[in-house]
Write a protein that binds this ligand. Structure first.
Ligand code: FES
Length: 106
């Protein structure tokens, strides 16, 4: 059975913003997009910067260090010829105003 861990409440992250949480020793960024909440591994696979501190454009987060883009919904790197730099995505559940993340990768 899937394990979910409550990380915050819906008002804690406004639409278009993100926050980072440590879950089981991993830093995971939670993003509030207009169509819901999404979660991806936070460290940038290029050089480890926090993606949650980057610039959000639609459903792509751009790393603040070298501007690589990563899809919030699929974790794919948007830079040409760099598909191997995918970040892990996680299932998010919202019940009432509680935001939970599935602690095993989706
Ligand atoms: S550290 Fe993120 S693009 Fe370089």
């Amino acid at each position: 059975m899937a394990e979910f861990e409550v990380v915050c409440r819906t008002p804690d992250i406004a639409v278009g913003e993100s926050k980072c949480f440590e879950i089981n020793g991993k830093w995971i960024g939670v993003y509030h997009l207009p169509d819901g909440f999404y979660a991806i591994d936070d460290p940038c696979p290029h050089a480890g910067a926090s993606l949650a501190l980057g610039r959000l454009a639609g459903d792509v987060i751009h790393c603040r260090i070298h501007d690589w883009g990563f899809g919030i919904k699929d974790g794919l790197c948007r830079e040409r010829n760099l598909p191997q730099h995918k970040v892990q995505t996680y299932q998010v559940r919202v019940r009432d105003d509680e935001v939970s993340i599935r602690t095993s990768p989706s």
